[in-house]
Design a protein around this ligand. Structure first.
Ligand SMILES: NC(=O)NCCC(=O)O
Length: 384
């Protein structure tokens, strides 16, 4: 697929080209029930940050109070060239993060999530070990976690921080990890990316292995949350497992490019929300990162110095299939979304997907499929 850079977002095209009831019909078929815009006009935003805020409506119940939570998703370009010195890059990103978290706090955000490997360039396309491995740091005690613990505590906000992790206890190994910091500034735990891509320039397996933390769900004051890191969104069972462990919101911090995955982007996290009865939050990087040395994609095409365009387009999807518009494809942005977690149970009651999911049937098939003597269940005519 060729790169698409020349438009801001799909929603703008719909908006410009469809009018009146045509627009509403198409919007509803594509995006589900309408979300409401929240007016944040009073907040003095940094001009370079697109801030959009929505409420996903949810019927009130008679016995349970609403469990309203505001989610903040932050997508950004690296603020200085990819080739910058490590500490310079980290400091520039910390400054950006501080602004985004401060704006989130003014917007009433309770849970904030960054994009994948947010405190570094997405350099895994290069296959160079240095300097990129030097970005790795301890999940619990590293400088990025320390920096965010302070902000989480001051702003009473849960923060999800996907970073490159260095596990000093286990032979200095490197992992692609999301760190969860609670709203008191305490380290709650971490999750390591389960599925590592080997597609296009996503050469991440050069740096780290498939995660070994299972499918943890973190119980916070603002709901039960989990993190499905980037490429894991192509794996329905990965989403399912977070649902089985009771997640109410699953974050999908990502770094993906237009030429590779854009047609899938609006589908996968949204489908996961519907199938598993939880909210999903897809966050993608923005911009083009150019590296010093050329690399190839192993496809016979010329060597190049960048991955292509990271297309942003972060969004939130609800268990009833509705979703927010996406943020810009080209700008830094903060997407604030208010959701009522009661919707998870309401949709489960309505559709019955969990009641009818027949896990036993699939457990039996999966148990057989992983064995070396597995025989696929194929019926054919006896004389063929
Ligand atoms: N970071 C990452 O896993 N990217 C893989 C590409 C994709 O899943 O779209």
């Amino acid at each position: 697929m060729s790169e698409i850079k020349e438009f801001e977002r799909l929603e703008d095209i719909l908006d410009k080209n469809l009018t009146g009831s045509n627009y509403e019909t198409v919007r509803q078929l594509l995006y589900g029930r309408a979300v409401e815009q929240i007016d944040l006009k009073t907040i003095p935003f940094n001009r370079n940050l697109q801030v959009e805020a929505y409420r996903i409506p949810c019927p009130e119940e008679q016995l349970r109070k609403p469990r309203n939570v505001r989610i903040g998703l932050f997508q950004n370009q690296i603020p200085v060239p990819a080739t910058s010195k490590i500490q310079y890059m980290k400091n520039a990103l910390y400054k950006l993060a501080e602004e985004a978290i401060e704006t989130s706090q003014k917007s009433g955000v309770n849970i904030f999530c960054f994009q994948e490997a947010w405190n570094m360039p997405f350099a895994f396309c290069t296959r160079e070990k240095y300097p990129w491995s030097e970005y790795a740091e301890s999940a619990q005690y590293g400088p990025t976690t320390k920096f965010l613990q302070e902000l989480a505590k001051n702003y009473n906000m849960v923060i999800i921080s996907p970073i490159l992790e260095r596990d000093e206890t286990h032979s200095d190994t490197i992992w692609n990890t999301a760190v969860i910091i609670d709203n008191h500034g305490d380290y709650l735990g971490k999750h390591r990316k389960n599925h590592i891509p080997r597609v296009g320039d996503f050469n991440e397996s050069t740096y780290y292995f498939e995660g070994n933390t299972g499918h943890p769900v973190f119980e916070t004051e603002f709901g039960k949350i989990a993190v499905n890191i980037c490429y894991g969104r192509h794996h329905p069972l990965n989403w399912l497992a977070f649902g089985l462990n009771g997640a109410e919101i699953v974050f999908n911090p990502s770094a993906t490019t237009g030429g590779l995955s854009e047609p899938l982007w609006g589908i996968e996290a949204r489908n996961a929300a519907i199938a598993n009865g939880y909210f999903t939050c897809a966050i993608n990087r923005v911009g083009t990162e150019t590296f010093e040395h050329e690399f190839t994609s192993g496809n016979g095409k010329p060597a190049h110095k960048d991955f292509g365009h990271f297309y942003g387009s972060s969004y939130v999807a609800a268990p009833d299939g509705s979703r927010t518009p996406g943020l810009s494809r080209t700008k830094n942005g903060l997407l604030v979304t208010e959701v009522d977690l009661n919707m998870c149970r309401q949709v489960k009651d309505h559709w019955g997907f969990q009641m009818t999911q027949r896990l036993d049937l699939y457990a039996d098939l999966l148990a057989r499929a992983v064995k070396s003597d597995f025989q696929p269940q194929i019926i054919k005519k006896s004389n063929c």
